[in-house]
Design a protein around this ligand. Structure first.
Ligand code: HEM
Length: 399
């Protein structure tokens, strides 16, 4: 006889000073599932993650998270209503289709030399300048510049739109009213900016991503709001995640000098492995949420149809069934699954995986070659949060 939802323990109380990993490990130690006061079920294993990415059993969250937070309108609400990530079925296929070809591995691989040149140009002038803010000087501008160049935004606008992105994205997780107001203002600014880019490109088409995308969507089923939302989604998804992943990976490498030395001695050999491990060890995404479409027994508990279930990326990527010695940062590990789980799975698997991995690899190579003596200057970056994109604290390094 399967157990029922009432048998699932509540998430433990947060203990002051705990890291997110400590908290999640404490939650997992109570049993394979937990639930919070809102009734949201948490799963912890990689097997649970694979289960919720199966769209025969679950569907993507649409507007439910906004409704739970009491939000019924506003720029973030409108964005979410129109964006690829928050849709299902045919609507999702319509929104994803025109983007897929532009982000295909082959197309993105051809960009590697330009991406590499861009990060080298960013790092080289910093050599010997002493202590720098790693996020401000490198991890932030680099992916923002890359995505700006892909969607055809002028380079000078990069800083401005990156700031809107970092602020707007906070509104996708549960947040205070104050943060929500700021997030809405920044989303409105991004939306206006993207509308301007589209108008410009329609007036003067070029042989680039934006013109091709607009042309592909011209007679398609997408509304004008959807066209804008997909471009904004790229900017949003393409800047903040890679920024966090780069800061997180570098911080781990610098805390493990013997592994940084491996990379410095042979960047071509170790960059890819270091990226995979950086993405696993302290991931930039906190969890993936879904809504169940059918009743199903999971971990001995009958989960009813219509349940809200979120699997923790933090614990899934340290699942002892999959990773040996999972709490150890180790770029030499060989037990990564073929598809890296940090990019999700099923129909919503990350569209920007190839781009993100190339950016991260080229950034590590450039840093290892140009500033091999780089060291932390103060505390390493801290990633905080269990929801969508996790927050980052500042990190200084001496170059
Ligand atoms: C380290 C960097 C990144 C990580 C860890 C990451 C992770 C993810 C994950 C986990 C999802 C699926 C979410 C879900 O199923 O609920 C996703 C979706 C997505 N990502 Fe990424 N991402 C990264 C970088 C990028 C970049 C660079 C881009 C684009 C330029 C991008 C574009 C997207 C888009 C458009 C989706 C929505 C796909 C869909 O709903 O069909 N991501 N990403």
């Amino acid at each position: 006889m399967p157990k029922t939802l009432r048998d699932i323990p509540e998430l433990p109380a947060y203990v002051e000073g705990q890291t997110d990993h400590d908290f999640m490990a404490a939650a997992r130690s109570q049993g394979p599932l937990a639930r919070n006061q809102l009734g949201i079920i948490s799963g912890f294993s990689l097997a649970n993650m694979e289960l919720i990415n199966d769209d025969r059993w679950t569907r993507q969250i649409e507007m439910e998270a906004m409704f739970i937070s009491g939000v019924r309108d506003g720029p973030m609400f409108e964005f979410q209503r129109n964006a690829v990530l928050f849709s299902n079925g045919q609507t999702h296929r319509n929104r994803r289709g025109p983007l897929v070809r532009s982000f295909a591995n082959k197309v993105i691989s051809e960009m590697r030399p330009r991406i590499s040149a861009r990060v080298r140009a960013l790092v080289a002038p910093l050599r010997g300048t002493g202590s720098i803010d790693f996020l401000e000087a490198i991890a932030g501008p680099f992916p923002a510049q890359v995505i700006a160049s892909i969607i055809g935004a002028p380079e000078d606008d990069t800083g401005m739109f990156a700031r809107h992105v970092y602020s707007a994205i906070r509104g996708l997780s549960h947040c205070s009213e104050e943060v929500r107001a700021e997030s809405n203002a920044d989303m409105a600014a991004l939306d206006t900016y993207v509308a301007g880019l589209i108008a410009q490109r329609r007036a003067t088409p070029e042989a680039d991503f934006l013109s091709t995308y607009l042309e592909r969507g011209q007679d398609g089923p997408l509304t004008e709001d959807e066209v804008r939302a997909q471009l904004t989604a790229l900017v949003l998804a393409g800047s903040d995640t890679t920024r966090g992943a780069l800061a997180s990976t570098i911080s781990q490498l610098l805390q493990h000098p013997e592994q940084w030395a491996l990379l410095v001695n042979d960047p071509d050999r170790w960059a890819e492995a270091a990226v995979l491990e950086g993405l696993r060890f302290d991931p930039v995404i906190g969890s993936l949420p879904r809504i169940t479409l059918e009743p199903r027994e999971v971990e001995g508990v009958l989960i009813p149809k219509g349940s809200f279930i979120a699997v923790s990326m933090l614990t899934a990527l340290r699942d002892p069934e999959v990773y040996g010695d999972p709490d150890r940062f180790d770029i030499t590990r060989t037990d990564h699954p073929r598809l890296h789980p940090v990019f999700g799975g099923g129909p919503h698997r990350c569209l920007g995986e190839a781009l993100a991995r190339i950016e991260l690899e080229e950034a590590l190579k450039a840093l290892a070659r140009l500033v091999p003596d780089m060291q932390l200057d103060g505390p390493p970056v801290q990633l905080r949060g269990y929801g969508a994109v996790r927050n980052l604290s500042a990190m200084r390094v001496v170059v």
